[in-house]
Design a protein around this ligand. Structure first.
Ligand SMILES: Nc1ncnc2c1ncn2[C@@H]1O[C@H](COP(=O)(O)OP(=O)(O)OP(=O)(O)O)[C@@H](O)[C@H]1O
Length: 305
């Protein structure tokens, strides 16, 4: 899908005026509905996106992920209520919020599992995520790590990664020996990235919980996603594994964007990135952890519990 070119200044003017993007879906432009009091994109967000030129000349924004006024209703209950969120290229963002705040629903919208009732969801400035199915969104380069690790327990660590590498349809060259050599090199590189080189011959089922999480992250990286969504990676990990996972994600975020949903505040602190606090389906606060932790509204709904 290609969109009408629009420069960032026009985009800022239109969005601040509350108007939907033109041409986000040629057939049915998304209706942008803003609830009273709901936070929408602020001038700062748009200045940030205007400062760097988009990669694609057709892109409406240089943000990698751009959600504006996303609403999802289940039988009248608003799980997301005019949610707006901008994630930059190679940015890592931590998302926190109490149970039921809408974190999972937000990830479901980004990955195409749930269609929003209203709002705009753009990937790389040109792809309308509200018009694509899950497979197409995965192909665009959005990978999702669910809370529970899903690896093939009976297979070795390296075979798990090899399967993921083989599933990468972009694997170059049809000549078998060439492809095989390439795949082996990819497996080595991925195992090193997730620090499982020494475990490569072990059965995945014998790994610790933390190691299984890293293995699955390595398998997701085989697809070279531009955006990685990670749901509560620290849950069930030892303190050391939690600290190592923060280091790992920080490394991964040097080459791609990462959105981490997490409840463990020490882990969020270790990530040392901007934090978005969700509450009742909308953004309640955003900023460094120390700043949002000191916000009275955040303390009331979440941290003070
Ligand atoms: N399919 C559904 N049908 C009805 N209500 C739903 C559905 N999915 C989610 N909800 C409701 O929407 C709200 C947001 O749920 P969601 O799972 O997104 O929150 P969350 O922030 O991920 O919570 P948690 O931290 O507990 O995982 C909750 O009140 C939930 O009960």
């Amino acid at each position: 899908m290609s969109l009408t070119p629009l420069n960032a200044r026009q985009l800022a003017a239109k969005t601040l005026a509350g108007a939907p993007f033109p041409g986000t879906t040629a057939a049915s432009p998304p209706e942008v509905v803003k609830s009273p009091g709901a936070r929408s994109l602020e001038a700062d967000d748009l200045l940030l996106t205007a400062a760097r030129p988009p990669r694609d000349p057709q892109a409406l924004t240089s943000a990698l992920l751009y959600l504006d006024a996303i609403t999802v209703s289940f039988d009248g209950f608003r799980a997301l209520n005019a949610l707006s969120l901008v994630i930059g290229d190679k940015e890592m963002r931590a998302i926190i919020g109490p149970n039921g705040a809408g974190k999972t629903t937000m990830m479901d919208v980004i990955t195409g599992k749930t269609r929003p009732n209203t709002g705009t969801a753009l990937f790389a400035g040109v792809h309308d995520l509200t018009a694509l199915d899950e497979a197409s969104i995965a192909q665009l380069g959005i990978g999702r790590k669910f809370q529970t690790p899903t690896v093939f327990d009976m297979h070795t660590v390296e075979d798990n990664v090899l399967l993921a590498v083989k599933a990468d349809r972009r694997a170059f060259a049809n000549i078998t020996w060439h492809r095989t050599a390439h795949e082996r090199a990819r497996v080595d590189e991925l195992l090193e990235r997730v620090r499982l080189q020494d475990q490569r011959l072990r059965r995945a089922g014998d790994l610790s919980h933390g190691q299984k999480q890293w293995l699955e992250i390595g398998m997701l990286l085989a697809q070279e996603p531009r955006l990685l969504l990670v749901d509560e990676p620290a849950a069930g990990m030892t303190d050391q594994e939690t600290a190592d996972t923060a280091v790992l994600l920080r490394e991964i975020a040097k080459t791609r964007s990462v959105v981490v949903v997490e409840h463990d505040m020490q882990f969020v602190r270790d990530l040392d990135v901007k934090v978005t606090v969700l509450h009742e389906g909308a953004v309640l606060a955003e900023g460094p952890l120390d700043q949002v932790s000191a916000d009275a509204r955040v303390i009331e709904v979440y941290l003070g519990r």
